[in-house]
Each structure stands twice: as C-alpha cells, then as structure tokens.
Design a protein around this ligand. Structure first.
Ligand code: CFN
Ligand code: HCA
Length: 540
C-alpha cells in the first residue's frame, strides 16, 4: 500500500539532463526519491540558481504579506516602490471578521510610493510623513513599517524612524519596523523569521490581562485564515469548550498578540512560518508547543484528540469525542460520494513551506496518490522531520538575520506542565517540539523536489500527466494550457475553507469536480490547433 505503483526512477535524470553540468549537479541534490523507512537527505533553503524560473517569492513577501498581513488593526506601511505594496495587498485571500466599531485596515494598501528622488536623496522624510498621515486619518493602535529592496540599498533606517515617530505621536501608539528587504534571504522564509522576531519583541507579552471565556486556553500558531480556515478551526474549538486566545496571524488583532502568552498550549499548524515564535513562547513563558494539522478530517480528529490528552480532563475528552463523531457524519458521506470518482487518481503538489505536505492527507482521503511533491522554501527539517535532524539546522538565511536570544521572563515564567508531566504525556504518544517531515508520510518511490523550476514542472507534467496539479497563480495557466487542471493551494482559487471537517467536505467536492472533469482532455493550446503568426524580429 505504501509503495508507489508508478515507476519514477528515471524521472530525476530526465529532469536534469538538459542543464549545464554544474547546474545539473546542484539540482540533483534537491531531487530525491522518497523512502519512509530510510529518509534521504535533501538540499533545501539554498539560493535559486540565477536563470532558473523559480516559484519562490521574496523576504518582504514572507514578512509583510504572510505573517503580518492578516492582522486587521495594525496599519502596515510598505516603505518602497508602489508595486511591492500593491502585489502584497490581499491577493492571499486572508479573511477577517472585525466586530462592530473595530477597525479593519486590511482592505487598504499603505505605501510610501518611493520615487527615484528618494533613492538619490533618501526616503526617511517621506516615511515620517506617511506615518503622520496614517495616524491622523485612522488613529490606529499600531503601525508597522516594512522595508523593500531599495530601502536596504540606500540605507534608510526604518527602526530609527519608527522610534522617533512613536515618541512624536505618543498616545500609547506602538510603531515598529522590519528589516525585511526582499533580497535579504533566499526566499519568503527569511521574512517569516524577521517577522517572528519583531512580533515577539514588540507585541507578544505586552498585556497580562487574562480574558478567559473557557477553562482551557490555547493559541493556534501558523494559521493565516486563508479562505476562512481559521474561522472553522475557531468554531471547532469553541464547540469542544476550548478558547483560542490568539491565532497567528489569521483573523488576528493586536490584543491577541499581546495576550498570547497567557494561553496554556501552543498548537503549531504551519511550522515553517512560525516556529521561532513557538520556541520563544516556550523559553520565555513556559508554554509547550505541539505540531497539529487541521487539513484533512482524520488529521483534524487526531489534532483535537491531542489537545484533549494534553489537558487530561475526562469531561473535555468526552466532549471532543462527541464533536468528532458529529462532525464525521457529513464528512464520511461526502468522502464516499467523491471517492467513487476520485479513487486511483494522481496529484502533484508544489506549494510554499507546509501545504505541499498537509494537503497530501486530504488527497489520501480521496484515494488520490501524490506522485511528486515539494516546497518552494521549506528547510531540511520540513522534509526530513525534526527527529531526523537532532537540532534545528543552521539555515542558509541565518547569516543575514538577527538571531535573537530569548531568556526566561523571570517574573512571568509559568511552566504549564512539569518535565515529568510532559514526559508522561510523551509516553502516551504526544510529541512536543518535534514532528514528522513530509518524506516520512510519502509513498516509497514518489519524488520529492525542492524549489521546483518551471522547466522541471513542464517535464513532470509531460511525462506523468497527473490528474491534478497543485501550485499557485504563476503556474496556474501554464499548467492548464497543457490540459491538466491546476488547483491553487495558496489562495484556494475562489474556494475554501478547507480546514477542519467542514473544510474537508468542501475540498472533496471541489477536487471531484476538478480532477474528474473530462474537459481538460479536450484542452488544446491555441498554437496546437490554429495557424499563428511566427514572431519576426526587427533586426539581428
Ligand atoms: S498561508 Fe502559509 S502555510 S505561511 Fe507560508 S508556508 Fe506561503 S502564503 Mo502561499 S499558501 Fe503557502 Fe504555507 Fe505556511 Fe501561504 S504553503 S506559500 S509563506 N504559506
Ligand atoms: C507569497 C504569497 C503567496 C503567493 C501565491 C502564489 C500566497 O508567497 O508572496 O504564488 O499564487 O499564498 O498568496 O504564497
């Protein structure tokens, strides 16, 4: 069952044979055949070779767009050319639900609209004016400033400006900057790290008020409410009698960040983007963290049971079982129906730093086999699992990113469980600070490719024709012109939510429609069926 019945052993050679020797050598380290019993090493989190078309984005995108983007009551100002702000403006489809009279700045795109003259003479004055203007218009609790590539090149000091403006405006406003210039790391991943550091420094732990609505209180870290996923997860915990204090950072607010340290457990959804905060909350305040996954109904049930076990209250455990039983009824019905058509189909997933792994569970539930998968910017631990690599690897970005050392907050450190209690829970199957990577859960013989290039993508499709290809907007139309449906696993196209039990039902229906639709086989690119005019170059 766990062995792939398609032979992909020659695929690697075919993918790299066209490359120059040096490039082929480098790319070959990023392409491995999965073997769950003997997890191979994979090259990851290294610079993309210039000239190769990558799926990746930049450090600014990871910081501003990804981690800070979904918080509704911080004014996020992009210090840079207008394009950077514009292209990170809600394309990710993160949703938010402000209560009455609560501000929502997410629908705005704030930018200093840097011009050539600012590059020559400096842009700090323009940034100060932008902060003043934003404050006068909206009176926000907090303003965050994000550096784009030119800011680093010309040397504007966003941190100094933030400090000065905080003093000038007063009124308890919080203003802070991010040195998240696009080029700073090799991908979005560096931006996550920078964002995590500044969140911890400037927001997390600022307010000790405990607003308890339930006895059991957790944070959900690494959940960004794409297509409303966090709403589903929140509702589920609520039903079980568990309070979600903060979701980082889907549907989040300044207050959630500031009080997150009052929760008793951190569940980590997307480890790649928020592991730094999880570690810091543990070191500083004594909150343990566990990996969780709400993508896939079975995975979701498993994650809920883990929380029940952690708190150890028989009443809570019984309530969780009731919720699971109730939620599984429509799930099983929808799954059985979709599976009649989806069973035996194949998929390829190349997305970000966690979804290429998490979504394999959902495909599995539909009887769809993942032939190949890879992250855009995952690190080795995301592939190989944290237990395989004993300590966190030194990541390639780290030379450019400040490694902040967090110590126990002596006055507020409150270990939620003793060492013995944690050990006892571990003996019962709970795992703290560790997890399996993508490769442990893939079929033997499937292909794992880091930072897939556009050329490799086309080759894979040509050769193995998956029934559905999962990636993002840059890949979507190229793949569809090849006659293969592409499901965006970043913004879910117009679909979702896909998390939780309700989300699984949505996913089953959407994938059944997409992967089992015969129209794709009729798809011909215009140049395959029509005469077209060959480009004529003016002069050689
Ligand atoms: S919502 Fe997350 S789940 S945060 Fe991350 S690694 Fe991106 S924006 Mo696109 S969809 Fe993607 Fe993940 Fe974590 Fe999203 S797989 S690439 S930076 N991602
Ligand atoms: C980003 C955001 C992104 C892009 C998605 C895509 C997202 O990395 O800057 O390429 O379609 O999810 O919105 O990952």
């Amino acid at each position: 069952k766990n062995i792939l019945n398609i032979d992909l052993s020659s695929a690697k050679e075919e993918l790299i044979e066209i490359y120059p020797k040096k490039v082929a050598k480098k790319r070959s380290k990023a392409i491995v055949v999965a073997d769950p019993d003997n997890i191979p090493e994979i090259q990851a989190n290294v610079r993309t070779i210039p000239g190769i078309i990558t799926q990746r984005g930049c450090t600014y995108a990871g910081c501003k767009g990804v981690v800070l983007g979904p918080t509704r009551d911080i004014i996020n100002i992009t210090h840079g050319p207008i394009g950077c702000g514009y292209y990170s403006w809600l394309t990710r489809r993160n949703q938010t639900r402000p209560s009455e009279n609560e501000p929502n700045f997410m629908t705005y795109c704030f930018s200093t609209d840097m011009q050539d003259s600012n590059i020559v003479f400096g842009g700090e004055q323009k940034l100060k004016d932008a902060i003043r203007e934003a404050y006068e218009l909206f009176h926000p609790k907090a303003i965050a400033v994000f550096s784009t590539c030119p800011v680093g090149l010309i040397g504007d000091d966003v941190h100094r400006v933030a400090r000065q403006m905080k003093e000038e405006i007063g009124n308890g406003i919080n203003i802070f900057g991010f040195s998240c210039e696009g080029y700073r790391g090799v991908s979005q991943s560096a931006g996550h790290h920078i964002a995590n550091n500044q969140l911890f420094r400037n927001l997390i732990g600022n307010d000790d008020t405990v607003n308890a609505t339930h006895k059991y209180r957790i944070n959900v870290l690494g959940e960004y409410n794409i297509g409303g996923d966090a709403f589903v997860i929140d509702e589920l915990f609520n039903k079980c009698g568990i309070q979600v204090v903060a979701t980082m950072s889907g549907n989040s607010t300044v207050e959630q960040f500031e009080t997150a340290h009052t929760a008793d457990l951190n569940l980590v959804m997307c480890h790649r983007s928020i592991n730094y905060v999880a570690e810091m909350l543990e070191t500083s305040f004594g909150i343990p963290w566990m990996k969780s996954n709400f993508i896939g109904a079975d995975a979701c049930a498993k994650s809920l049971r883990k929380v029940g076990k952690y708190f150890g209250d028989p009443e809570l455990i019984a309530r969780i079982e009731e919720v699971i039983a109730e939620e599984m009824i429509p799930v099983i019905e929808a799954r059985e129906k979709a599976k009649l058509k989806t069973n035996g189909k194949t998929a390829m997933l190349f997305v970000g730093g966690s979804r290429a792994h998490h979504y394999q569970e959902l495909f599995d539930e539909l009887g769809i086999t993942t032939l190949c998968a890879g992250y855009e910017f995952g690190h080795r631990d995301d592939y190989e699992g944290r237990r395989v690599i004993p300590s966190i690897q030194i990541d390639a970005d780290s030379r450019n990113i400040e490694q902040i050392t967090v110590t126990k907050d002596e006055t507020r450190y409150k270990p939620r469980k003793t060492e013995e209690e944690l050990k006892a829970l571990e003996a019962e199957g709970l795992e703290f600070n560790g997890y399996d990577g993508m490769m442990a859960e893939m079929k033997k013989g499937s292909l794992v490719i880091d930072d897939l290039s556009h050329y490799e993508m086309e080759k894979l499709i040509e050769k193995y024709h998956p029934d559905v290809f999962c990636a993002g907007i840059k890949e979507k139309y190229c793949v569809q012109k090849m006659g293969i449906p592409l499901k965006q696993l970043h913004n879910y196209d117009s679909g979702g939510p896909y998390a939780g039990f309700a989300g699984a039902v949505n996913f089953y229906k959407d994938i059944e429609q997409i992967a089992c639709c015969s129209i794709w086989k009729e798809m011909k690119a215009p140049w395959e069926s029509e005469e077209y005019v060959e480009a004529v170059y003016a002069a050689v």
